[in-house]
Design a protein around this ligand. Sequence first.
Ligand code: SAH
Length: 244
Amino acid sequence: MTGRLTIAGLGPGDEALVTPEVRAAVAAATDIIGYAPYVALIAPREGLTLHPSDNRMELQRASEALRLASEGRNVVVVSSGDPGVFAMASAVFEALEQAPQWQQLPIRVLPGVTAMLAAAARVGAPLGHDFCAINLSDNLKSWTTIEKRLRLAADADFVIAMYNPRSANRLEGFGRALALLKEAGCGERLVIFARAVSRPDERIETVKLSEAMPEMADMRTVVIVGNSTTRRVGRWIYTLRYAE
Ligand code: SAH
């Protein structure tokens, strides 16, 4: 049997937001590899081996996936949301760059609904004009780089989606990010805190940036900072489609 590798996004959590092609790939898999909480979303069945792993082992996990595929297995690497957004797809290609013997393997990347899109849809259309996405984790880049990108994004009046705003071992960064945006004159902008979107414990809150507190976010929250035109209409929030 020829092995293959599929890198799939499971969406933000709700089963209804898993695409049919991802569902089919999971149903055909012999091995599922990924961060333990995502692997836990896959129902066990005969003939399927689950390989849950720790969060920070991306490269190791990617090499393991390539090795299993090279041995003839039908491997699916799972991420939450979209696998190309701050997730496993890049790690697999990084591992592939270091392992030319596997470059002929059939590899597919299957998109998923990323957190910022699920969150935006809940509140209306805050991403209706130019936007960017920034990962606030400084595990893989320096805080100086994060600050520079935030400052320039605020200056360019982008809507900014912030992933990984805060975790137990990174409590300060998000507060610094909010302070930087206040100093950059964004105090009047709307900020959406969207936690556990599409899951049973979903919670969504919108405040002005000047009223935003670091404690309003955790590692299950995506934060969307509106641009200067992002506004409320009734219970909805949207961003104007035009700018100067
Ligand atoms: N590949 C994922 C992102 C992984 S990084 C995606 O495309 O969505 C993990 C971060 O994603 C979390 O810290 C949080 O900021 C965001 N996130 C993932 N699922 C979420 C959900 N259901 N609700 C809100 N934010 C979520």
